[in-house]
Structure formats: structure tokens, C-alpha cells
Design a protein around this ligand. Structure first.
Ligand SMILES: Nc1ncnc2c1ncn2[C@@H]1O[C@H](COP(=O)(O)OP(=O)(O)OP(=O)(O)O)[C@@H](O)[C@H]1O
Ligand SMILES: [Mg+2]
Length: 239
């Protein structure tokens, strides 16, 4: 992201954002509510447009529309807070649909690949069920498998565990940690500091639409530089 600016009306939500995520790098984005974390994620696969600046994925500027945009979206996997699976399709069909429709994969190959992914995230035994028949943690792991099925170049996670019951948070974080170790390029918005310490190469701290600080996790959590980061960490680490 180069000098990215974004407004919602009078509100300046992204202020001159410069951010490079290297191949295989895991970047955790944290910051107060309303600081622009979700907006930043959403601009990367163009769910939100930007006012000015530039966003490149693997060296290619984000396409404006059409086929090129669909292809870009397939290269950028996204997992949201709410597991937006297709409610009337089986778990397996949720995972095979994109590869068949967008990537033109043959049905048998898509199924085999989907089952491998469902195994990887630990829900292969749920493949024939509908999403509503799964727990929240299981659904979110299916959502991760579905995004991975498109063989994305980068995965974006926007608070993937914040809608989950506490006992289901770790099963999703474990899958994400494994993914990080496997070399996936990841941008993760999360308040899970354990995950950030364990899996992140870099922590990006945002406040009021700006990137205020970028550090390796150990340095960020033990010796934050800015008053804004100190204040934020003081609030989240004490409860
Ligand atoms: N579609 C929209 N229209 C107008 N304002 C918006 C829109 N989406 C977000 N905003 C505003 O932009 C700001 C940044 O929102 P954003 O969702 O990116 O914050 P966030 O850091 O993800 O917050 P949270 O931690 O609560 O998820 C907020 O003030 C929000 O109210
Ligand atoms: Mg958000």
C-alpha cells in the first residue's frame, strides 16, 4: 500500500497508509475500535475503493473492475468475524464452489482438494453437513478452508475469533498458527495477543486512521514507543 487515503464523507479513515507485507510474512494489525483496521483490510481486495494512492498485490496494481478484479479477489483470501458461509450448501460444496466456478477446476479435483483442506483444519468429518449444523469454531475453520481452496497469494483475517465462544477461539487460532508456519502471507486483525506473539513477524498498530507504530511483536509488547500504543496496550492487557 503506497500513500493510501480513504474518506467516508468527512471522516478521514485511512491517512497516508504505507505498508509492505512481504511474501511469507505474517502481519498482525491492532488498534482501538474505529481506527480503520477493517477498512484497511477491505481495501486490499477492493471491497472498499480508495481515494488516492496505490495498492499492489504481488506487484500488480488492484484492477478497477471486471474479470481482472475477480481474479484479484481470488488471489486474496478473506476471513471475516462472522462466518459468511453459504447457508444452503454443504460444507464440502462451500469449499469446492469457488475453485470450480472461478478457477475452472474439475469437480473431482476440487473435491479431493477440498477434503485435504477440511482435514487440515480438522473438520473433514463434517463435510456433508450444512454450516448451521456446525459449531462457530468449526464454521470458522470451514471459512478458512474455503478461502485456502482458491490458492490465494495472501490471506486477510478480520477479527476471525471475536464472534466465537472462548473455548472455540484456540481451535481457530491453532489453524491460523499452522498456516503462518506453513509460509502463507497473512494480514491478521486481531486482539489475540498470544497469537500475535506466537505467529506474527510484525505488529502494526493503528490509531485514528494512521499507522502509528510497526515493530516485531516482542519489542511492541514489551517496549511500545508511542503514547497511543502504551495507552492501548494498558487498556487491553489489564482486562
Ligand atoms: N461504510 C462506511 N460508511 C461510513 N463510515 C464507515 C463505514 N465503514 C466504516 N466507517 C467508519 O470508519 C471508521 C473506521 O472503521 P473500521 O471498521 O475500519 O474500524 P476498525 O478499526 O475495524 O474498528 P473495530 O475494532 O471496531 O472493528 C469508523 O469510524 C467507522 O465508523
Ligand atoms: Mg473492524
Amino acid at each position: 500500500m503506497r500513500a493510501v487515503e480513504k474518506h467516508f464523507g468527512d471522516l478521514h479513515v485511512l491517512k497516508t497508509i504505507n505498508l509492505t507485507v512481504h511474501r511469507g510474512e505474517v502481519v498482525v494489525v491492532i488498534g482501538p475500535s474505529g481506527s480503520g483496521k477493517s477498512t484497511l483490510c477491505r481495501t486490499i481486495n477492493r471491497l472498499e475503493t480508495i481515494d488516492s494512492g496505490e495498492i499492489l498485490v504481488d506487484g500488480t496494481p488492484l484492477p478497477e473492475e471486471g474479470k481482472a478484479l475477480a481474479k484479484l479477489r481470488a488471489d486474496v483470501g478473506m476471513v471475516f468475524q462472522s462466518f459468511n458461509l453459504f447457508a444452503h450448501k454443504s460444507v464440502l460444496d462451500n469449499v469446492t464452489l469457488g475453485p470450480i466456478k472461478v478457477r475452472g477446476m474439475k469437480s473431482k479435483e476440487a473435491k479431493d482438494h477440498a477434503m485435504d483442506l477440511l482435514r487440515r483444519v480438522g473438520v473433514a468429518d463434517q463435510a456433508a453437513k450444512l454450516p448451521a449444523q456446525l459449531s462457530g469454531g468449526q464454521q470458522q475453520r470451514v471459512a478458512i478452508a474455503r478461502a485456502l481452496a482458491m490458492q490465494p497469494k495472501v490471506m486477510l483475517f478480520d477479527e476471525p475469533t471475536s464472534a466465537l465462544d472462548p473455548e472455540m477461539i484456540n481451535e481457530v487460532l491453532d489453524v491460523m498458527t499452522e498456516l503462518a508456519r506453513s509460509g502463507m502471507t497473512m494480514v491478521v486483525v486481531t486482539h489475540e495477543m498470544g497469537f500475535a506473539r506466537r505467529a506474527a513477524d510484525r505488529v502494526v498498530f493503528m490509531d485514528q486512521g494512521e499507522i502509528v507504530e510497526e515493530k516485531d511483536p516482542e519489542t511492541f509488547f514489551t517496549a511500545p514507543e508511542s503514547d497511543r500504543a502504551k495507552d492501548f496496550l494498558g487498556k487491553i492487557l489489564t482486562h
